[in-house]
Write a protein that binds this ligand. Structure first.
Ligand SMILES: *Cc1c(COP(=O)(O)O)cnc(C)c1O
Length: 360
């Protein structure tokens, strides 16, 4: 059996060493020493000024919407994980979908202005598969119309654009450190902002809005994360370069083996590095995708239709709209298995099956 993904696990002895510290301190959660250490090391690794380690990537988006005091309409992408839309609705706002660019697969900035109304307060865009959005165009639109920008950067850990962390674009960026992501803390998330005032508010929000033993400075939630999750993050951080390198080699092997396949790839931002979070391929037709998927399934090789279907005509709690480009791409895109332990022989096998189906 070949799964679509498998979480990276550090050598157990290294994790256990950190657990011994937890046992001796008996400090399990609430901004403990490992969580603080992780925040410090991630700031350094990612080269960002401020960040907060939080419960998960979904709560991170909710906190961002809340801290920026956004109400009303939020322009967003239909081609993303469900949390990009559900958080908007959860916070009492209305998602307004704008179709994606067929090459980058990110929200198409040239279509954003037409969707702006007097109720629009923000843009929430996803860097799909870690490929940066057109951050310059989005910033210009946001400035012109006085909108906030939040990036769902769940896929973009370690991505830099124009030599700067992708996390430093927008008013707030969020990341997921879930077990299935490139770099993980089992469950976890990050909130990144350059704004000290927003950071201060988010830090308070993360801890119920508690300002002191008998004082509150605003509405909060439990957005904290534990020492156990921080320990996983610290242990994994020692391997991040190794993880990216290995994934890069696997992707290169797929590229070589699939040279003659009837597939194409999304176009990557020219000023950004790749961290190889996913290996998505876009087939000529949905019928070819389904035939390939069925044949891989028969060999117990599992792929994922990520992201299918479009959020804009699927979720029961949003107004359904057709987004022609998203609807088309979502039907034809498939993510192939990609994880640290995947072998070159397995990549070759997967590639052979894909070529065999297309040539039938
Ligand atoms: C994984 C993911 C999330 C949610 O993150 P969690 O940590 O699982 O809550 C949000 N947005 C996108 C694009 C994701 O891939």
């Amino acid at each position: 059996m070949i799964p679509v993904t498998k979480p990276f696990l550090p050598p157990m002895a290294e994790y256990n060493k950190l657990l011994e510290g937890i046992w001796s301190r008996q400090w399990l959660t609430n901004m403990g020493p490992l969580a603080s250490d992780l925040e410090m090391k991630l700031k350094e690794y990612l080269d960002v000024k401020h960040l907060l380690f939080v419960t998960n990537g979904t709560v991170a988006i909710q906190m961002a919407i809340k801290a920026l005091q956004i109400q009303g309409e939020i322009i967003t992408t239909p081609f993303s994980f469900v949390a990009t839309s559900s958080t908007i609705v959860w916070e009492g706002c209305t998602p307004v979908f704008v179709d994606i660019d067929p090459h980058s697969l990110n929200i198409d900035p040239s279509k954003i202005e037409a969707a702006i109304t007097d109720k629009t307060q923000a843009i929430l865009a996803t860097h799909v598969y870690g490929n940066p959005c057109d951050v310059v165009a989005i910033e210009a639109i946001a400035k012109k119309h006085n909108l906030k920008v939040i990036y769902d950067a769940a896929h973009a850990f370690g991505v830099k654009v124009n030599g700067r962390s992708i996390f430093e674009y927008g008013d707030v960026s969020t990341c997921s450190l879930h077990a299935t992501k490139l770099y993980h803390t089992t469950e976890g998330g990050l909130i990144i902002t350059k704004e000290p005032a927003v950071l201060k508010q988010l830090a308070s929000m993360r801890n119920f809005g508690i300002a002191g033993p008998v004082a509150f400075d605003g509405l909060g939630i439990n957005g904290k994360n534990s020492e156990f999750h921080a320990a996983m993050g610290l242990a994994n951080l020692n391997y991040i370069e190794d993880i990216i390198e290995r994934r890069s080699a696997i992707c290169q092997r797929y590229d070589e083996r699939l040279k003659t396949a009837k597939i194409h790839k999304s176009k990557w931002h020219t000023q950004a590095n790749k961290t190889h979070t996913y290996y998505p391929v876009i087939f000529e037709s949905e019928s070819l995708l389904l035939a390939v998927k069925a044949e891989l399934d028969a060999h117990e090789i599992f792929t994922r239709r990520y992201f299918y279907p479009s959020l804009a005509n699927t979720l029961p709690y949003v107004q359904h709209v057709d987004m022609p480009i998203t609807d088309d791409i979502a039907k034809r895109v498939l993510c192939l298995p990609l994880y640290y332990e995947l072998t070159m022989e397995e990549v070759d096998l997967i590639s052979r099956i894909i070529l065999r189906v297309q040539n039938n």
